[in-house]
Design a protein around this ligand. Structure first.
Ligand code: TYD
Length: 135
């Protein structure tokens, strides 16, 4: 499984750091939605779903967390520990976000508006989709 993690170059100077993200230049899709999670409760696992038609890039802009990626055949755990690291996730990838630090803010850039119909929330159903789509 190929993990695509972007390392964006911060514009750092004596005042601190700044990261800029432009659609199509830095982000390989049009950004239709931004959401973020914070105040995540200890030991909680979020996500636990896949999407049929959605590209996303996840940034832990403060603190840290881990993301478990599962394409139905292989699993990988990707740590997000720096605000300039962006983890790209495309269709039919089961994801679980866990091990959030107390101060973690996980920001997600998404290629589509929120659409509950795009979610696959049942793991067995996800495996069926992977098989049917021959992914
Ligand atoms: P949920 O899908 O449970 O989060 P997770 O990524 O951990 O699976 O979303 C939590 C709630 O927020 C749920 O009621 C749906 C809502 N929500 C939106 O309204 N818009 C969004 O863009 C997202 C991601 C969630």
């Amino acid at each position: 499984m190929q993990v695509v993690k972007y390392m964006f170059q911060p514009h750092g100077d004596e005042r601190g750091q700044l990261v800029s993200l432009e659609e199509h230049n830095d982000i390989p899709f049009s950004i239709k939605r931004v959401y973020f999670m914070y105040d995540t409760v200890d030991n909680v696992v979020r996500g636990r779903h896949a999407h049929k038609n959605l590209q996303q890039i996840l940034f832990c802009v403060h603190g840290s967390c881990k993301v478990r990626l599962d394409n139905g055949k292989e699993k990988k755990v990707v740590p997000l520990e720096k605000p300039y690291e962006g983890l790209y996730i495309a269709n039919y990838m089961w994801r679980e976000m866990f091990d959030f630090s107390e101060d973690a803010v996980l920001m997600v850039l998404a290629s589509e508006l929120y659409n509950e119909d795009d979610y696959i929330r049942d793991y067995d159903e996800f495996l069926e989709f992977v098989k049917a789509e021959k992914l």
